[in-house]
Write a protein that binds this ligand. Structure first.
Ligand code: AMP
Ligand code: ZN
Length: 476
């Protein structure tokens, strides 16, 4: 089965493939490092991570580039407010982002270029645009992209010229860019102003700094070439950021920029937009301080289909804890039966399409537009089937086969199973009694099954039976 994914550019589901037949290049717009990333940002980074895992497990090698935005209004203003150099300030938040990413089990990108470290490439791109009549320096000394000279502006967001003018004139009141030829033109090089302090770099157009959109065009070209396979970000980046990237890159090279665009819908909190003023903007650290694990946060953020908004509540974190506990107990059972740990991600990447058995439908859900929600549902269906089979017949070989199927989907989603100590603590004796009772029930030995149920109750535990499995719970 091939891997299909919706493409924002065409509006259709298209096959994921590497155009050069060797390696798929993906560029993900990275964090602006002026504070800790919030869980909404991480929803997008986790979906991109799952995309990479599914692609790699499908047998396609990936080159993953994700930039670090370390110069813009927010980073400059905040570093100044704290009386620190831009470099020292952004480095602190870059490190924090890397620590959070690691805790959430994100695979490290192969390249993580910083905008400040790539000023020559950005200046070079402006020169090329200027030479083609696509960039001009205005009276305010800033350099702008001439949208009227670029055919095809708006093809990603399907924004027409009329909407563009309306939108631009609304935002013009909030900006001071009055010297542009057209209100819709966007800045490529921002001329230095007094309030920028020491944050300015020399260029052919005078002291200043690059506009935000430019860094992604220049750095993606450097690490992935003029044309590459995939580009991704949250839906808020479709317009104007990605539209402007297309204009800059295609304007400069004259070649198609990106074939396939992957955009992630936003994370909402308690049904609304996250915002600092509402007190519902959470970072990973906030949630860890409230007693949740990064693995539980990842589970919630991975659990919704990426094209639908996902609503985050504390209930979703509690459900994630339960779900992870079940997966972990099942995985431990398989481990003790097979005598081997779950295979690692790297080990799976070397396998050539193994038989996933009862977990095949969960994997197929990912291959059909990265449907993580359906995948998780199917993982539990697969698990119940496997438990029922193991209730009838157990062998190290069958347990190993289930381990391969289970680990394949677990690693696709990057699920972090809790350590043994973190799993809802069910004493071994209780687990043993519950297992014997289940087996007695399967063999229709009702007397024994009732006896064991009573023995569990005396110890403060109850079992709840589902169609093909059971759950052990303390009697409350
Ligand atoms: P930023 O650090 O603001 O540049 O954002 C980093 C990434 O997070 C971008 O891809 C954004 O589109 C994405 N993003 C921002 N807010 C949300 C949200 N609430 N839900 C999902 N993704 C988001
Ligand atoms: Zn970008």
């Amino acid at each position: 089965m091939s891997f299909l994914l919706a493409n924002t550019l065409s509006g259709e589901k298209e096959e994921v493939f590497a155009a050069n037949g060797k390696q798929l290049g993906i560029y993900c717009c990275g964090p602006t490092v002026y504070g800790p990333a919030h869980i909404g940002n991480f929803r997008t980074f986790i979906i991109q991570d799952i995309f990479r895992r599914v692609t790699e497990l499908s047998g396609i090698s990936v080159k993953h580039v994700r930039n670090i935005t370390d110069v813009d209004d927010k980073t400059i203003r905040q570093s100044q407010a704290e009386g620190r150099s831009l470099e020292e300030f952004t480095q602190q938040w870059r490190t924090k982002f890397e620590e959070d990413s690691d805790a959430l089990g994100l695979l490290m990108p192969h390249e993580a270029p910083s905008a400040v470290a790539h000023l020559p490439e950005q200046i070079q791109m402006i020169k090329e645009l200027e030479a083609k009549g696509l960039a001009y320096q205005a009276e305010d000394k800033s350099v702008y992209f001439r949208i009227s000279a670029f055919e095809g502006y708006g093809k990603l967001s399907r924004i027409d010229q009329r909407e563009l003018k309306l939108g631009a004139s609304k935002s013009a009141n909030a900006s001071d860019e009055y010297d542009k030829e057209s209100i819709a033109d966007f800045v490529l090089w921002k001329a230095w102003k007094e309030e920028d302090g020491e944050n300015g770099w020399d260029s052919p157009w005078g002291r200043g700094r690059p506009g935000w959109h430019l860094e992604c065009s220049a750095m993606s070209q450097k690490y992935l070439g003029d044309s590459f396979d995939m580009h991704s970000g949250g839906v808020d980046l479709i317009f104007p950021h990605h539209e402007n990237e297309i204009a800059q890159s295609e304007g400069a090279t004259g070649k198609p920029f990106v074939r396939h665009w992957l955009h992630v819908a936003h994370l909402m909190v308690d049904g609304g937009k996250m915002s600092k003023s509402l007190g519902n903007l959470y970072t990973i650290e906030d949630l860890i301080q409230k007693g949740f694990s990064a693995g539980e946060v990842r589970y919630v953020l991975a659990s919704g289909h990426y094209r639908k908004q996902l609503n985050f509540t504390f209930d979703t974190l509690h459900s994630a804890r339960q779900a992870l506990g079940k997966l972990s107990s099942f995985s431990e059972r398989l481990e003790s039966l097979s005598g081997k740990p779950l295979p690692a991600y790297e080990e799976l990447c070397k396998m050539d399409s193994p038989d996933l058995g009862v977990f095949e439908p969960a994997w197929n859900a990912l291959l059909d537009d990265l449907n993580t929600a359906e995948c998780l549902g199917k993982v539990f269906v697969g698990m119940r089937k496997a438990e029922a089979e193991l209730g009838k017949e157990q062998s190290p070989e069958s347990a190993r086969a289930y381990q391969i199927g289970l680990s394949w989907v677990i690693h696709s989603l990057g699920i972090i199973l809790p350590e043994k100590a973190e799993v809802a603590e069910i004493p071994e004796e209780i687990q043993g009694l519950a297992k014997q009772r289940w087996e007695a029930k399967l063999s229709k030995d009702w007397g024994k099954s009732d006896e064991l149920r009573d023995a569990l109750a005396e110890r403060g535990w109850q079992v709840k039976d589902a169609k093909d499995s059971y759950e052990i719970r303390p009697i409350s």
